[in-house]
Design a protein around this ligand. Structure first.
Ligand code: IVH
Length: 673
């Protein structure tokens, strides 16, 4: 590599430094300071210079993109074995763990521990030599793993170079690669669209992504890292786990969320409880908490059993997995005609909810599981995700479920979908499709018509009162009073809810229409880009594709929908019936209107609405909802019982406002949300 002219080399070096800094802020701190477009611009500039001058630094962000696919992975020996962990399932087992430690140490002195979430992902070892990432390997059998360096390099949170003080000559850092719950769900939706089977849980998704022979696939999956362990090291000394974690954090490695250092087992139990209570709100799946004796000197004394250290233990939370019996498999027809096999299950409690049915997605999945009625199956829930059947434990005698030859509801022809695994009813007036479309239209995230749920939609449809969206607005109280289950008050309530839904937002309305590939997110993006629904009439796919987040399929589907005269007539009729669409993203003149434009906002404490909803609101208003406070935070918004973030914000001089004040800020400009 020949060094280019001084000023070019300097520019390249500065670009690498700046881009890595932005990458760290975005992927580790979750607090970016520049918009994505600016990042992309700098990235393109760097790529251009590197190509023209043939000068590529080893930690250049351009070196993260996937490389040519491999035939197979080569093996890597771990300099120190990667151990596994002993498990505990109750507070008493934790107390027993401490008694054992004290016995082995021959001392009754208080023990200091670290407590952190146990990530449900795939363990890896990152080997750095003179500060540069050399190899990354999977755990394998603990002694020897697979070389997944090319894949791991594509993960943005993985430092390619150790930045910071005391860069050791050589260090092996262990951690977990995992996929967030949201990303896992998005990936599965995407896979289903492509006709691929879904991943059963975020762990399988992460493992599948890391063990890809084609690293360009890994590069497209949004994976995260949390570092928690030290392997072989030379050139630096750490006295304790905590000291090591602090060093990692200073060197820009992501460390376990909420990791704590506490004294004595009762404080450990308290911290585990905290993780257990909070884990449903984590963005990742935590299946337990890991407790480690903090002092490395004590770890040395305690040593290792065969495969597990004596100085650490994993507290496992109640499984979100259980076995139950398949009572039946029926076919359900969705609002787009897709015919989905659904298993009715013997009700079973998993992670606090009763599960009595689970979608089997498609016939590929039925084949893969080889599932039939009467089978004993394993069912799993990850986070607040819908349940999945992950495996058949014991075969029953039940028959095989074959793909439908005609629609189970209306008897129309069925068509095989593009992907080839889904079947679709082609009957335009299939009652199941109509009902599902109306249910979707009235649902909470759409037009939000309370009282127009499953049961009532079926009733109204069956009586011929509601066959199209517009029929909803023609309903009169007297119509309802004739129906079973309706009295004066409930009828009035429904009419009132319908009336209230007449005034809605552009994003909700677009979502309600049930356009193929337009979920809540795409609807929101559309609303941000078109101030009035009429601008979408006869829109071209090319125009929609100008929006960065819109893919070709979505654009075509949108153009199809708004190119159909019958659909446009429906929209006109809805407008005649008094449906008024406001677009809070734009002011009266159609100018974009985002009160939180460019602001980074962090939430803490209990809020009157679900946190996710408030975050969405912030994003919709042009802000960025981040999870940790830094000097770049614009506002810290606090609810009841705010956490330590409030103190941190104050100490950094970040402005703090209450949830009510945030709402005021958004209302002050006369913008609806
Ligand atoms: S410490 C000797 N910390 O759990 C210490 N492991 O059952 C071994 N894991 O293979 C690892 N989160 O894949 C540690 N915060 C955490 C962890 C964690 C997840 C996984 C890791 C390991 C397995 C052991």
């Amino acid at each position: 590599m020949k060094k280019p002219p001084e000023h070019v080399a300097e520019e390249i070096e500065k670009l690498v430094r700046d881009l890595n800094e932005h990458c760290y802020r975005y992927h580790v701190l979750d607090a970016p300071v520049i918009p994505d477009e600016e990042y992309d611009r700098l990235f393109r500039r760097l790529k251009e210079l590197e190509e023209n001058f043939d000068y590529v630094l080893p930690d250049s962000p351009t070196q993260r993109v996937g490389a040519a696919p491999l035939d197979k992975f080569s093996k890597v020996r771990h300099a120190e074995p990667m151990l596994s962990l002993d498990n505990a399932f109750s507070d008493n087992e934790m107390r027993e763990f401490e008694r054992r430690l004290k016995r082995q140490l021959g001392s009754d002195d208080e023990i200091v521990y670290t407590v952190e979430p146990k990530y449900d992902g795939i363990a890896i070892e990152l080997s750095y030599r003179n500060g540069m990432l050399g190899t990354a390997s999977t755990r394998g059998d603990g002694y020897e793993g697979e070389d997944v360096t090319l894949n791991i390099r594509t993960i943005k949170a993985v430092p390619l170079k150790i930045e910071g003080e005391n860069v050791p000559e050589s260090i092996d850092i262990r951690g977990e690669i995992f996929m967030g719950i949201q990303e896992f769900e998005d990936l599965n939706i995407e896979r289903e669209k492509q006709g691929e089977g879904p991943f059963a849980n975020p762990r399988n998704a992460a493992a599948g992504s890391v063990r890809q022979l084609d690293s360009s696939i890994t590069a497209r999956r949004r994976l995260h890292l949390a570092c928690y362990g030290l392997g072989a090291v030379s050139g630096i000394k750490f006295g304790s786990q905590w000291e090591f974690i602090e060093w990692l954090s200073r060197c820009r490695f992501p460390v376990p969320f909420g990791i704590r250092r506490v004294t004595g087992i009762e404080q450990v139990i308290e911290s585990i409880r905290w993780i257990g209570e909070k884990r449903d709100s984590f963005s990742f799946e935590a299946d337990g908490a890991v407790v480690k004796v903090n002092e490395f000197r004590l770890q040395q004394v305690l040593g290792v059993k065969t495969r597990e250290p004596r100085w650490a233990i994993a507290y496992k939370f109640p499984a979100r997995r259980s076995t139950t019996k398949v009572l039946d498999i029926h076919l359900s027809v969705g609002r787009l005609g897709t015919i989905t096999p659904v298993a009715s299950l013997e009700p079973v409690r998993i992670g606090g909810v009763t599960v009595s049915s689970s979608s089997l997605h498609n016939w590929d999945e039925i084949e893969r599981l080889n599932i039939g009625i009467g089978d004993l199956v394993e069912v799993e829930r990850a986070g607040d995700v819908i349940p999945h059947v992950t495996a058949v434990r014991r075969k029953g005698t039940g028959k095989k479920i074959l793909p439908p030859e005609k629609c189970p509801v209306c008897g129309s022809h069925v068509e095989k979908d593009e992907g080839g695994v889904a079947y679709r009813c082609i009957g335009l007036n299939c009652p199941a499709q109509v009902r599902e479309r109306i249910k979707h239209y009235a649902s909470r995230a759409a037009m939000d018509i309370t009282g127009l749920g499953e049961k009532n939609v079926e009733l109204l449809h069956e009586r011929g009162l509601v066959r199209h969206f517009e029929d909803i607005y023609k309903l009169k109280k007297e119509d309802l009073l004739d129906l079973p289950g309706f009295a004066e008050k409930s009828a009035w309530n429904l009419i009132d809810a319908i009336d209230r839904s007449r005034s809605t937002t552009m994003a909700r309305f677009l979502y309600s229409l049930g356009i193929v590939h337009v979920g809540e997110y795409a609807a929101r993006i559309l609303a941000r880009n078109f101030s009035d629904i009429k601008e979408l009439y006869h829109v071209t796919p090319e125009r929609v594709m100008e929006i960065k987040q819109m893919g070709e399929k979505t654009a075509e589907s949108i153009a199809n929908f708004f190119g159909d005269t019958e659909n446009l007539q429906t929209l006109e009729r809805l407008s005649e019936l008094g449906v008024r669409i406001q677009n809070p993203d734009f002011d009266i003149e159609g100018r974009e209107n985002l009160p939180l434009d460019g602001m980074t906002i962090v939430l803490t404490g209990r809020l009157p609405r679900p946190r996710k909803e408030v975050e969405e609101l912030i994003e919709r208003k042009g802000g960025h909802a981040a999870s940790s406070v830094s000097g770049n935070t614009s506002y810290l918004v606090f609810g009841e019982d705010p956490g330590s973030k409030l103190e941190k914000a104050r100490s950094l001089g970040v402005r703090t406002i209450s949830y009510e004040e945030l709402m005021h800020m958004l209302e002050a400009d006369n913008r609806l949300f």
